[in-house]
Design a protein around this ligand. Sequence first.
Ligand code: PLP
Length: 355
Amino acid sequence: MNVSFYPGPSQLYPEVEQYLTDAYRSGILSMNHRSPAFMDLLAQTVAALREKLALPPDYEVYFTSSATECWEIIAQSLLSRQSLHAFNGAFGQKWYEYTQRIRPDSVALPFGVDEPLDVASMSRGTQADVLCLTHNETSNATAIFPELLLAARRSFAGVIAVDATSSMAGVALPWEAADAWFASVQKCFGLPPGLGVLIVSPRAVEQAQRVADRRYYNSLLFVRENFLKNQTPYTPNTLAIYLLSRVMQQVPPIGQIDAQTRQRAKEWYAFLSDLSVDLLVQNEAVRSDTVVAFRGEASFIAELKTRALAEGIVLGNGYGEWKNASVRIANFPAITEKAIQRLRIFLKNNIPDLH
Ligand SMILES: *Cc1c(COP(=O)(O)O)cnc(C)c1O
């Protein structure tokens, strides 16, 4: 079987195979989503996630269909005036564009791949009541380190929403620095696609109450009312919730996962530097711990990916403007040490020869 380093959908935790069978046999997949059995499953899943991710006790957890849905929920339900989107890559930009279709006044604040987030610029001259940040920009392998998120918190008075799709459950996040965090499970959760996780602070709930949006099936207040009763606003992806509950029971606390992810990232960057490939991100301070990327001539990248696939290794394509000129390597917790060693041997054997 291939081993995948694609940064989403990504390599599953190997245990998922057994969990799929268990889900089928448990009968839960045929149960009504208003039944006590489903409500128990939902409550257990949220409890396990809270514990393992070390969420503040007053933050609430809801499930959605995807991170993309969370972009729209935030635009509809948390924004009263306009949002300010600081981004340096394709996912942050998409979030801005999706929001603009709903809220045309929203403002973009683009910055460069090697620049840290400019916190000072965010407090000036804006009417924005929601600041939108991408914690881990999956397209170019950059991340906003925790101190900067905390600094953003101090300088921006409104609600802060953070897209942590490719970092949540892979590294520890400074929960108190933001009010709405979201992810989908096909990245660091090591699960198949089809479920989003939205985590909100009391401040976000208050903002939603002020905005009082109740126009949509996924209006935040309506979603919340359902989840407070351990229910969902629509028939949910019960299988995905079941798998998430099993994975959340299985994984160690986030502190442990975080230490492993950072250690592995350090090793990846050192390894790639030794091979003399050009890392996509030059500034070490803004490099992601969960997605590692290097760049090169399109022909070199294409040949490397083809050779890897022939050996059963799936490398991540570039994304957006980096589509053909970079390789992305997921550094997600579900990837085994053995798979990492296999990829390193492959790269060592092939990169010098192709250069
Ligand atoms: C993958 C990804 C998304 C989109 O996730 P969906 O599950 O397709 O909605 C959004 N933002 C970031 C940063 C991502 O990596």
